[in-house]
Design a protein around this ligand. Structure first.
Ligand code: AMP
Length: 394
């Protein structure tokens, strides 16, 4: 059978990120972004090898962008596209794995939308447009939350009244599941261990950040909760704060719920701490020049990350390795070394040179000789979505 081609689509409310993946190749055959959809400036950008192109789509919506994109995809795929994989953020308790899209699955994604009011409706726009343009093509939804449906109840329940869980789904779901799953499989391959017989701590550190404890191929705990705001310090998200902060800001400053939500999601994290930037690269440069806010933001980021990893270790029977991934995890020797320095009780220590070398797509082991494994593993969520889609085509 010739190697198959899968288009992976990730829709935001006004954007579509896409990648065409051939199962035999690690690089993307075609990739790009449609942005500002629904506005006069809507535009589609794509890249195929060294070739780049753009097309204006004035007032174009998701359907218009996909209608322009799909012929490009068919062409790049040599005329044979085998399926489409859609990234969907929230699968609630309904989805424990990827699902072939049909009217029941679409209805279930819609029913879960109150838990992800910004994300799931955007995914549905892309799903409905792609299905209407290509009704014969198998299409699959791959959920960020599904990998974490194996959390035991003591890890996913909040200590709030039971009816809030039973009637309103108030529980921890976790996100970044596609990435944690992909890198834990890669880590097992690199270490020569079986996925089904190994235990990992994983830190996905991008604009959003989360940790995960993975035992025998299953997520056992994770730092994000009912929403992606819980847990670590992130680019613009606060991560954990005292839940009473909401009441305090409302009472003391008269802030509305919308103001508090916006502050915690958009003005906090590395940006809020540094008063400078949400971007780790810029903060590292500013720290080198003595910027006090940038220095503090990095310290808090690494300490909170180490604290979360230590907490996650409660879910492991043994530690086969700690994995760093995501833009920061794959590229910042500074963050890795500061974080690991807080984890001496887990006996973790890094090899300075291996840590410095592991950037820009170079992965592998970075632990000091005789210490537990620490791996840098470049993530590839698109490839994992393509693999999940392919698995359902049989
Ligand atoms: P992602 O969301 O996975 O693309 O990750 C974005 C984050 O990775 C941003 O905070 C970037 O500043 C950070 N990042 C990318 N390259 C580097 C680098 N060379 N050093 C430090 N942080 C980096």
């Amino acid at each position: 059978m010739p190697a198959r081609n899968i288009l992976v689509i990730n829709c935001g409310s006004s954007s579509i990120k896409f990648a065409l993946i051939n199962e035999a190749h690690s690089h993307f055959t075609l990739s790009g972004l449609a942005e500002r959809l629904g506005s006069h400036d809507a535009v589609l950008h794509w890249q195929r090898g060294d070739e780049k192109g753009s097309l204006m789509l004035p007032d174009g919506d998701h359907r218009a962008a996909l209608a322009q994109l799909l012929p490009l995809v068919q062409n790049a795929a040599g005329g044979t596209l085998h399926g489409i994989g859609h990234r969907v953020v929230h699968g609630g308790e309904h989805f424990t794995s990827a699902s072939l899209l049909d009217p029941q699955v679409i209805a279930a994604i819609r029913a879960i939308a109150p838990l992800a009011p910004l994300h799931n409706p955007a995914s549905l726009l892309g799903i409905e447009a792609a299905l209407s343009l290509h009704p014969q093509l198998p299409q699959v939804a791959v959920f960020d939350t599904a990998f974490h449906q194996s959390l035991p109840e003591h890890a996913y329940r909040y200590a709030v009244p039971e009816h809030l869980y039973r009637e309103h789904g108030v529980r921890r779901y976790g996100f970044h599941g596609t990435s944690h799953r992909y890198v834990s499989h890669r880590a097992a391959e690199i270490a020569g261990l079986a996925v089904g017989d190994s235990s990992w701590l994983s830190a996905h550190l991008g604009n959003g950040c989360s940790t995960c404890a993975i035992v025998n191929g299953q997520s056992r705990d994770t730092s994000m909760g009912m929403t992606p705001l819980e847990g670590l310090v992130m680019g613009t998200r606060s991560g954990d704060v005292d839940p009473n902060l909401h009441g305090h800001l409302a009472r003391a400053l008269g802030w509305s719920l919308e103001q508090i939500d916006a502050m915690l999601n958009k003005d906090s994290g590395l940006l809020g701490l540094s008063s400078l930037s949400n971007d780790m690269r810029s903060l590292e440069q500013a720290r080198d020049q003595g910027h006090v806010g940038a220095t503090l933001a990095i310290e808090v980021f690494c300490y909170r990350l180490a604290k979360s990893l230590a907490a996650m270790s409660c879910a492991l029977p043994q530690l086969d390795g700690l994995i760093f991934t995501g833009g920061i995890g794959e590229n910042s020797p500074l963050v890795r070394s500061k974080t690991v320095a807080h984890l001496k009780l887990l006996n973790l220590a890094l090899d300075k040179e291996a840590n410095a070398r592991s950037i820009r797509g170079v992965g592998g082991p970075i632990q000091a000789y005789g210490h537990p494994r620490v791996l840098v593993v470049p993530t590839n969520e698109e490839r994992q979505i393509a693999l999940d889609t392919l698995a359902l085509l049989h």
